[in-house]
Design a protein around this ligand. Structure first.
Ligand SMILES: NC(=O)c1ccc[n+]([C@@H]2O[C@H](COP(=O)([O-])OP(=O)(O)OC[C@H]3O[C@@H](n4cnc5c(N)ncnc54)[C@H](OP(=O)(O)O)[C@@H]3O)[C@@H](O)[C@H]2O)c1
Length: 301
């Protein structure tokens, strides 16, 4: 009998290999009756990720997320079930957005957009990316994709991760106090863990030079919102992720000086979907062949 897998897209069901019966569940409403037999659940991508429905899948052995971050799923994961994340699927999309945020902030695109709305022609020359030094904090899959995109802008990239990788020129996070004073911009793209919460707080912001830019495409809590607001525009920020999220309409971050906000959209652009569908196809083929699935972040029982 074929193994039942719940997949989010029709295309994956159509291309499912022999040995896997792929049933579509896109996260709308309740799962189909076949969920009771599902051994693999590919959680639909979107704001309301349906993790609660795992309670109705007693035969479940593996869960595949389509997000890179997985901390939100750990509590809901039944015992003995393996967890896999979407590492790699968001690299192009998130890196592109990080670069877009940097360009928008340095070349003042929000100002020009407002001027266009007001039909106002008021030129002045802006900052530039060229010649700047940029720290990438969280030099993993997405961080490396950001670096590849930044280098042609004639930028000096300084790489930071949890642990040093001297052969790749990666600094350990403990070097941050030494590196921050020389940075024109800092890009945050580490996961949200107890260690990264408040990674950039009042002390770290104070070490940055005047007018430095903090870009956050990782998770909101990496940057201490109160500490950023207390900078009153001395340090600027371009944030795809915020703390809290969603940002309430009356939150001071919306109109804080030098702050640009996008509503957590970096990873989910059009670039994500073809990559995600190909990845789900490949995971189903691995499952059918009895091979280990890629991107395991928690082993099953
Ligand atoms: N805004 C969006 O739409 C969006 C989209 C996709 C992902 N994300 C976020 O981006 C994060 C990174 O994704 P990824 O696929 O690049 O993950 P990844 O490949 O696992 O890389 C994570 C990097 O963060 C580093 N790191 C972990 N703890 C750290 C710490 N305490 N201090 C400094 N660096 C630390 C790791 O260092 P080591 O190499 O030393 O372990 C690694 O280099 C995700 O967890 C998610 O939260 C956001």
């Amino acid at each position: 009998m074929a193994d039942v897998a719940l997949v989010p897209w029709e295309q994956n069901a159509e291309r499912a290999p022999e040995g896997v019966r792929a049933v579509v569940y896109d996260g709308e409403g309740e799962p189909p009756a076949e969920a009771a037999d599902a051994v693999l659940y590919v959680v639909p991508y979107g704001r309301g990720q349906r993790l609660d429905v795992m309670a109705g899948m007693p035969r479940l052995r593996a869960v595949q997320l389509l997000t890179a971050g997985y901390e939100h799923a750990l509590a809901a994961l039944p015992d003995g079930v393996a967890l896999h994340n979407g590492r790699g699927l968001h690299d192009a999309s998130t890196a592109e957005h990080a670069v877009a945020l940097m360009l928008a902030a340095q070349r003042e695109l929000p100002r020009w957009a407002l001027d266009q709305t007001a039909r106002r022609w008021a030129p002045h020359y802006t900052r530039s990316l060229a010649g700047s030094r940029v720290l990438i904090v969280g030099h993993g899959s997405i961080g490396a994709a950001i670096e590849r995109r930044l280098l042609p802008f004639e930028i000096e990239v300084v790489k930071v991760a949890r642990r040093a990788r001297p052969e790749q020129g990666v600094h350990p996070v403990a070097d941050l106090p030494r590196l921050l004073p020389g940075a024109d911009a800092v890009v945050l793209v580490a996961p949200h863990t107890p260690e990264t919460e408040g990674l950039i707080g009042a002390r770290e912001l104070a070490l940055l030079p005047d007018d430095a830019l903090v870009v956050n495409v990782g998770r909101g809590p990496l940057l201490d919102t109160g500490a950023l607001l207390a900078e009153k525009g001395r340090v600027r920020a371009a944030l795809d992720v915020t703390d809290p999220e969603p940002l309430p309409a009356d939150h001071p971050l919306w109109d804080a000086p030098g702050v640009l906000v996008t509503p957590h959209v970096a990873g989910g652009s059009a670039a994500f979907y073809p990559r995600a569908r190909r990845f789900v196809d490949a995971q189903l083929r691995r499952w059918a062949a009895g091979e280990p699935l890629a991107n395991e972040v928690r082993a099953g029982g």
